[in-house]
Design a protein around this ligand. Structure first.
Ligand code: SF4
Length: 493
């Protein structure tokens, strides 16, 4: 057994074990991307701060690629942005264009080879690439490329896209437009050659990608919070199916793919995106606040206090409190400085139920009936721990309210979500889930309530993890595989 295979016996624990230790049962976004063209500006430092704003989208590796017009330099490493880059590193990354990437591993292990930006030979130089999303035809593309002599060191679909671009003998923008029709699934990509920076997005616009202007240049980022961080102004979103070449003079656009059904990941609005970002014209904070207000109408509860699980449950908890008239209280403190690159506790600490992420305030909650608002329940394991933690701290009742519908289907578009059998709500009704997590009562936001809070038609979003209706074809084999794999694991457990 490799050291990193054992769940608790040493080495790097697998994602489930991390989630349990971090009290974190949320699905995780796969990546965040950033790109900038700004001659005369300190582009590596601006990219560093852009990535810092996107750190919530991936905490396992970070990387920056810069071009000075003649050469590309890439630095990438496992760890948080602030761990990977220091002053000397940023000073050595000079140029006029840069792309950056933060990663959370969902396809491919957390190893250096899978850190991004990835780089491949392109013409007489290189192409560097960062990708957020997940392709659904990776196996076919990889087999085809390998049959034609390509080899890969990473296990991610990002290296595949870089290899496809590198095979085109043209400008990077032309290469992107030729490659995009062959990619199925979700992708928001930034890429860089010595002379061009290009960004492109899948035809459904599953993952966000926006364009900003700043003095001396232009930039692209997964979320608007990265533009805010570097003093850039939001200009517009990269349109679904669009490829853009960014130069210091502006944006050259090509509609590489015909318009398709919009399918923005609704979970970006519920949990993934930072609350101070705007996506598709929506303030993420305001949408979450509205979800809480609607949740209060749909799931009233007799309680003394409304408590949000920080940080993702907070806007909805405030909305719930305002709509219900029940006072809001901060009763759980979150340690913001733990992540998946955190040193793991030893066996003794684990056995004593170490709580790395949340700690309750007994002075606030003792003897109180609580409405506890969270954004989602995935496996239910950490929700059960959280409910138990609040009851142990003296809460009289815990009325759990979830600001999304039950998660019952896995994600194939770039989100780290367990197979169906591990999702607590996959085959269970609300009462079963309530019993499983030990809450006094449980209420979810209804699908209709979610749409009311979003103020947009359901058809604009991907909601497949709630409905099982996948807007982009998912290979039957991979759905089946997830079932079969989970059955094998449970049979062997
Ligand atoms: S399946 Fe769920 S998490 Fe995945 S893209 Fe669709 S809405 Fe987002």
């Amino acid at each position: 057994m490799r050291q990193d295979e054992h769940p608790m016996g040493g080495g790097t624990p697998p994602p489930d074990a991390w989630s349990a230790m971090l009290d974190d049962d949320h699905p995780h976004d796969e990546c965040g991307v950033f790109g900038i063209v700004a001659p005369g500006r300190d582009i590596s430092r601006l990219t560093f701060f852009g990535l810092h704003a996107l750190q919530h989208r991936g905490q396992e590796s970070a990387g920056i690629a810069v071009s000075d017009g003649r050469h590309i330099l890439v630095q990438r490493e496992l760890g948080l942005v602030g761990q990977v880059f220091d002053e000397p590193a940023l000073r050595s990354l000079t140029g006029s264009m840069a792309i950056g990437h933060v990663r959370y591993s969902t396809t491919g292990a957390n190893k250096w080879d899978n850190a991004q930006p990835v780089a491949r030979s392109f013409g007489h130089g290189l192409v560097a690439l960062g990708h957020n999303g997940n392709l659904t035809n990776t196996d076919e593309l990889r087999a085809e490329l390998e049959a034609e002599g390509e080899s890969f060191v990473a296990t991610t679909d990002s290296e595949l896209v870089a290899a496809m671009l590198a095979r085109e003998e043209s400008t990077l923008l032309d290469a992107a437009c030729r490659v995009m029709p062959r990619l199925l699934g979700a992708y928001s990509v930034v890429c860089l050659s010595e002379t061009e920076m290009v960004a492109f997005r899948d035809a459904h616009g599953v993952r966000p990608l926006c364009i900003g202007w700043l003095e001396g240049g232009w930039c692209v980022a997964s979320e608007t919070c990265a533009l805010d961080q570097i003093g850039a102004e939001f200009v517009r979103e990269v349109r679904p199916g669009e490829a853009v070449r960014i130069t210091e003079d502006g944006v050259e656009s090509r509609q590489a793919l015909p318009p398709a059904r919009r399918a923005l990941c609704v979970f970006e609005t519920i949990y993934f995106a930072r609350p101070d970002s705007r996506i598709d014209g929506m303030s993420v904070w305001q949408v979450r606040h509205s979800m809480g207000r609607v949740l209060a109408e749909e799931g009233p509860a007799p309680a003394d206090l409304v408590v949000g699980l920080p940080d993702s449950g907070t806007p909805a908890a405030i909305g719930y409190a305002q709509a219900s008239g029940i006072p809001y209280a901060e009763a759980v403190v979150r340690n913001r400085y733990v992540g998946r690159s955190f040193i793991q506790p030893d066996q003794g600490l684990r056995q004593h139920g170490v709580r790395l992420k949340f700690n309750p305030l007994p002075e606030i909650i003792s003897g109180k009936r609580l409405v506890v608002v969270d954004d989602s329940i995935v496996r239910g394991t950490t929700t059960r721990k959280t409910v138990a933690m609040l009851l142990e701290a003296g809460a009289r009742e815990v009325h759990l309210r979830i600001s999304s519908p039950p998660v019952a289907w896995p994600c194939f578009y770039g989100i780290d979500m367990p197979n169906r059998q591990e999702l607590v709500a996959a085959e269970a009704d609300v009462e079963d889930v309530r019993r499983a997590v030990g809450a006094t009562s449980l209420g979810y936001l209804s699908p209709e309530g979610l749409q009311r809070a979003l103020g947009r038609p359901a058809e604009r979003f991907c909601r497949a993890c709630f409905t099982g209706e996948y807007p982009i074809p998912v290979p039957d084999a991979s759905v089946k595989l997830r079932f079969e794999r989970s059955r094998v694991i449970s049979a062997g457990a």
